[in-house]
Design a protein around this ligand. Structure first.
Ligand code: Q9C
Ligand code: ZN
Length: 342
């Protein structure tokens, strides 16, 4: 299987994440990329390909232009104020104080465009986000041209990024950008299956009202898990999109038996809706030793995941999302890819 990745993904090297009331080194670190590449090489994957530049047009097909402009300018605006730390949102429009216009100063703009305080913006963030979507789009091009599966080692991840908001370590929604591009290339319906531990709120929001993208997610119950405010089972899509959003929230502690049972239900929905392409939002933070998540999949279970995804028999684009057990992230990703191609 071809592996797409970009060295530019490591241009984002944030120092801080607000976690438990403290500023800690971010869980979503550039070392993840090297550990995944090392794991893949060790497992015998040798075809590593740098992406081609696809520009911002495919991003603007799913994200608002003012949001993209904010990401492009935020760090410079922040630095121009002489700030010492990284750019972190700290005030928001809320239920009792709805924002009626977008502020002009960077603190206000951060609140408008952020969905959480966990994700700092630093130099290199915009460049890394662009590399990440180029990885997704180049891998997509390969799948569309050959019918072969491909893996896009996207970093930063994408599934929490909404039409005009960043957060949960995500800036551009790589899976959504790729899905829209596949539709624009002539496909009629695309499935995004999100197996990251966290609900893919951004992907859901982008496609909630549409039936040309089926969004199916298996994730930690938002009653107790990030992103807390989306991902319940009764969110099923709206209007035209009714039935094309499917959420499977599962309790913390969920292990392989239940998880794979739910995966089969998710696959059935993908089959019955006639999707022509499968995009997998591949988080491996469902791993039992993930430091910030709470499912119990073993490294061997990821091989089984790959097998079961491959059994759908669809052209498949795998895109990296989360996974924070850095020591084991390489073997876990490699196992999914090996299972799929076995
Ligand atoms: N600082 C992905 O897996 N942070 N994002 C939780 C609090 C949010 C996870 C810890 C977790 C986001 C792509
Ligand atoms: Zn996650």
């Amino acid at each position: 299987m071809r592996i797409y990745h970009s060295e530019m993904s490591k241009a984002r090297r944030a120092r801080t994440e607000l976690d438990g009331g403290q500023l800690v080194p971010p869980w979503e670190c550039p070392e993840r990329v090297d550990m995944i590449l090392a794991g893949l090489r060790k497992a015998g994957f040798t075809e590593m390909v740098e992406p081609a530049e696809h520009g911002l047009a495919p991003v603007l097909a799913v994200h608002d232009a003012d949001y993209v402009d904010f990401l492009a300018t935020c760090w410079d605006d922040w630095q121009a104020l002489g700030r010492e730390g990284e750019a972190i949102a700290w005030i928001w429009p809320t239920r009792t104080m709805p924002g009626r216009r977008i502020p002009s100063c960077v603190d206000g703009r951060l609140g408008h465009y952020a969905l959480g305080a966990d994700t700092s913006i630093c130099g290199g963030t915009f460049e890394a986000a662009q590399a990440s979507k180029d990885v997704a789009l180049s891998a997509l091009d390969h799948v569309l041209a050959t019918g072969e599966p491909a893996f896009g080692l996207c970093r930063p991840p994408g599934h929490h990024a909404a039409v005009d908001q960043f957060g949960g370590y995500c800036f551009f929604n790589n899976a959504a950008v790729a899905a829209q591009r596949a539709l624009d290339a002539g496909l009629s319906r695309v499935a995004i299956l999100d197996v990251d531990f966290h609900h893919g709120n951004g992907t859901q929001q982008i496609f909630e009202q549409r039936s040309d993208v089926l969004f199916v997610s298996i994730h930690g119950d938002p009653m107790t898990c990030f992103p807390y405010f989306m991902g319940h089972a009764d969110e099923v899509g709206e209007g035209e999109g009714a039935g094309y959003t499917v959420n499977y929230p599962l309790p913390e502690g969920t292990g392989a038996e239940v998880w794979f049972h739910v995966l089969e239900a998710a696959k059935e929905r993908i089959r019955e809706t006639g999707c022509e392409l499968l995009i997998v939002s591949l988080g491996v933070d469902t791993f039992e030793d993930d430091p910030i998540s709470a499912f119990k999949l073993s490294s061997d279970d990821f091989t089984e995941m790959g097998r079961r995804l491959g059994a759908l028999g669809l052209p498949t684009l795998l895109l990296m999302e989360g996974g924070y057990a850095v020591e084991e992230i390489g073997v876990n990703v490699a196992n999914v890819l090996s299972g799929m191609t076995s």
